[in-house]
Design a protein around this ligand. Structure first.
Ligand code: SF4
Length: 122
């Protein structure tokens, strides 16, 4: 008898990532991928082990379950409102020479460092 495989990690991860911060209840996820809880749980646990998703305990209709959320952080428009390129007097010429381009720009590098600092804006 062939072994039933369950949903692929890629399929499940794509659904979870697309939901961003909203996440999805496990039971809803199983329905979406046509899996039973055993098959779905195996896939979810593998993704959790890889650090790609997280599960948060949640009371739903009087029963404890888990909400599954992506660990991918999405940039919000507010977080890039102050990018130096938006106010740069060199913007028109930037990227047209080996000297003046984003990969060598000190202002952009400093700004990116503030974005990736532990207390960075989300
Ligand atoms: S990369 Fe630097 S020089 Fe180029 S537009 Fe942005 S801030 Fe200006």
């Amino acid at each position: 008898m062939p072994r039933k495989k369950g949903p692929s990690e890629q399929e499940v991860l794509e659904i979870i990532n697309n939901l961003q911060e909203e996440g999805i209840l496990q039971s809803e996820l199983w329905k979406r991928v046509s899996a039973d809880s055993r098959e779905g749980s195996r896939t979810i646990l593998r993704l959790e082990k890889k650090g790609l998703i997280e599960r948060r305990k949640e009371l739903h209709d009087g029963r404890w379950t888990y909400r599954v959320l992506t660990r991918r952080k999405y940039a919000k428009i507010d977080s890039i409102m102050d990018i130096p390129c938006a106010f740069c007097d060199l913007e028109g010429r930037c990227g047209q020479s080996a000297v003046q381009n984003p990969s060598k720009c000190e202002r952009l590098t400093k700004w990116l460092e503030t974005m990736t600092a532990p207390a960075a804006k989300a």
